[in-house]
Design a protein around this ligand. Sequence first.
Ligand SMILES: [Zn+2]
Ligand SMILES: [Zn+2]
Length: 348
Amino acid sequence: MKRIIFWSFISLIVIPLTLYQSPQIKFKLLEIFADRVKLSQDFMSNDSLNLVLCGSRSPLAAPGRAETCFIVKAGNDLFIIDSGNGSAANILAWNIPLNNLNSVLLTHLHSDHIGNLGEVHLQSWVTGRTGKLKVFGPKGTKDVTAGYELVYKNDSIYRNEHHGDAVAPIENFGFETFIIKDNQVVIDQNNLKITAIKNCHDPVHESYGYLIQYFDRKILISGDTDHCESIIIAAENVDILAHDILSTDILNLTQARMEKENMLTRSKIILDVQDYHATIPEVIDVMRRSNAKFLLTYHMVPAPTNSLTESVYVNLLDNALDNYAIGEDGMVFELPIGSEEIIQTSLQ
Ligand SMILES: [Zn+2]
Ligand SMILES: [Zn+2]
């Protein structure tokens, strides 16, 4: 027995540690790390409709997750829908070529959807975006883009002086802003159509989801919304419905605990937040009534941080749906044209 323990120790601890100290082994490991660049190039080269979840959490903290963000890639066209905190770092880490970024579409102007717009602007600017960054969003979006231009004004001068016009041309600094309306076709190019659908997020009256159509494939991103008829109608037969989702069980426990600890303002926020996001049973109802084929949960309130909190979502969804995924940062859904297939991979 002692001999088995001795040799297990040598093979499991001593040999790997010795190998890890070797410069050649370290170099090999670094090479594998550098290969991640290839990962996003693979994703960029297909002809399918692709959805990448670049931020899966709501404003409630959840380590390892960014606030709301999607990348949509159709053919060679690349779009970002919402740009919450932490999502720009994800995009940078996954080597998504932001020089190809066509535009950013905002669902609404809550801070957890616009917090990284300045960084997305910066990263696309210094990697070769042609022209100013186009941003589509609801009434009020011009305030947001003008504000970011002001915040990054000094930075743009430093970077232009440091890197020169070839890398950071001043004429491409800044935004071109477009205001969206209900049922407006916001993007219509190269067989890709993206339509704004007003959702139910009162008191945010200007709040939208986006219906994405590329040849025969369809995705609906709900935006932040309560259970909402316009979303059910727009989601009819879509290949993927990405919907915000809220667990009343977890929030009620959290709120009761906060009250007990006299954290009264945070407790009120946890109570208020339940007014304008769809609960798990409501999202299941949207899936049933819309006949959507696959559910992707995102903007989870709260996003699971362990298997216990994840099981709260899974237990209810498992009983009701055949095809769904609990959203995680880095998930990629590839929808090949002329097929029903959904190929799920990850950039993490
Ligand atoms: Zn939100
Ligand atoms: Zn919101």
